[in-house]
Design a protein around this ligand. Structure first.
Ligand SMILES: C[S@@+](CC[C@H](N)C(=O)[O-])C[C@H]1O[C@@H](n2cnc3c(N)ncnc32)[C@H](O)[C@@H]1O
Length: 398
């Protein structure tokens, strides 16, 4: 069975997200040529921003399955590294067929071309590897690395069913694949906080690396780096990209860090939700200046509805804060724990971002060198933090 022309048209229409502009004809053509349904399992889990997750089942309800496969939906194919059945509906999503618009957007930043040698990290279903193979043509080569043997095994079957020739490897993609370098392009489809230097080393000067960058504070970003003659890679934030984290860089789970710590309670005048509404520029500044990570949760308890912003030190889970917003309240409860006054640091970083003129996300970039990565504003010389978190104001040149 194949997709109806109407379904294929719907998928093509879903490729251009509103703000990202035109993804270009070669990518559209690749999506037409590579049947997405060959990469989706008979039972998949659809997880959307709003509403409860639901299953699509090709045998039980073929109409919904086909409509969803040829839509903008992310289809989760694995939960909890395979420890939980999809039919259980709950768990951490650990492999998926990514949203077609995100796939197209990242490919557009990558600009793969005929004859290119490409390294993909995070094979997943194999759909992106198949699109890449189509884009590089018969004279190019795609090498794709997947950490999960079961996922890789299914991807190999999917690619074979689609008649696609790609080199698949099971292993830690953080190491890249030295057998096959130098690559013209490195395409990463799992989220990373710290960019492995191996990707820079294995990509030729002038080559391009595109990756979903999850620094941890606030939202995540699409990053496009170009490899330089001096062995560094330099580039900018080019948009939004939310992906599942690379296994070795996943944050530790759990909201409530170890009990028994002394808690400092006070009230904060800043509405924590306001920070979320200021855009990715403030997230980038806070992340670069503090190295902290955050997440938000919504709920209700005996005092009514709340929105909580959690801030923590990824290298010391004993330092954290939670700020609680309640409707109608003029100030907001802060509980701060541990040696680092993390919420105070967030407020200071926010004030510095304001003092710089509230730079937009397009003004941030990153340099990856053998010794680590540095985040900068406007030009690589204006470094905000180097090789991880910068907590010393004297070394942050804002
Ligand atoms: C969002 S999926 C990739 C989607 C995929 N490109 C596609 O087209 O279906 C992310 C994948 O990255 C894999 N992954 C996570 N950590 C990895 C690592 N260290 N090395 C290689 N793959 C990894 C996950 O197992 C998962 O299959």
């Amino acid at each position: 069975m194949s997709a109806t022309p109407e379904r294929l048209d719907r998928l093509i229409a879903a490729l251009d997200p509103d703000e990202a502009g035109d993804i270009g004809e070669p990518i559209r053509e690749a999506v037409r040529a590579v049947p997405r349904h060959l990469f989706i399992p008979p039972v998949g889990l659809v997880v959307e921003e709003e509403g409860a997750p639901y299953l699509i089942d090709r045998d039980a309800d073929p109409g919904t399955w086909w409509d969803t496969v040829y839509s903008r939906s992310i289809i989760v194919t694995q939960l909890n590294d395979g420890a939980t059945e999809l039919r259980g509906l709950r768990g951490d999503s650990t492999s998926s067929a990514s949203a077609p618009s995100t796939v197209a957007d990242l490919l557009n930043h990558l600009q793969p071309g005929p004859g290119h040698r490409i390294l993909e990290v995070g094979t997943g279903t194999g759909w992106t590897a198949a699109l890449l193979s189509h884009l590089v043509g018969d004279h190019g080569e795609v090498t794709s690395v997947e950490v999960d043997p079961q996922v890789a095994g299914q991807a190999a079957k999917n690619l074979a069913a689609a008649g696609v020739r790609a080199r698949l490897l099971v292993g830690d993609g953080a190491l890249g694949c030295s057998d096959g370098e130098p690559y013209d392009r490195v395409h990463v489809t799992c989220g990373v906080r710290d960019i492995p230097y191996a990707w820079v080393e294995q990509c030729r000067p002038g080559g391009v690396i595109v990756l979903p960058w999850h620094p941890g504070y606030g939202t995540s970003h699409a990053l496009r780096l170009e490899v330089q003659e001096d062995g560094t890679a330099v580039g900018r934030v080019v948009g939004y990209a939310g992906y599942m984290m690379m296994r070795s860089q996943r944050p530790e789970a759990g909201e409530e860090p170890p009990p028994g710590q002394e808690r400092r309670h006070y009230r904060s005048a800043l509405d924590p939700r306001a920070l979320d509404q200021l855009g990715a520029g403030v997230d980038l500044a806070i992340g670069a200046l503090t190295g902290l990570r955050s997440h938000t949760s919504e709920g209700a308890d005996e005092d009514g509805p709340y929105v909580r912003t959690w801030v923590s030190d990824p290298d010391d889970t004993r330092s954290w804060a939670v700020v609680t917003w309640r409707p109608g309240s003029a100030d907001h409860g802060v509980q701060q724990v541990g040696e680092r006054p993390v919420w105070d640091e967030v407020l200071r970083a926010y004030a510095r971002w304001v003092s710089w003129g509230e730079p937009h996300w397009q003004r941030y970039g990153i340099t990856v060198a053998p010794g680590g990565q540095s985040i900068w504003l406007d030009t690589p010389e204006r470094v905000l933090s180097s090789a991880g978190a910068c907590t010393d104001q004297h070394t942050c040149h804002g």
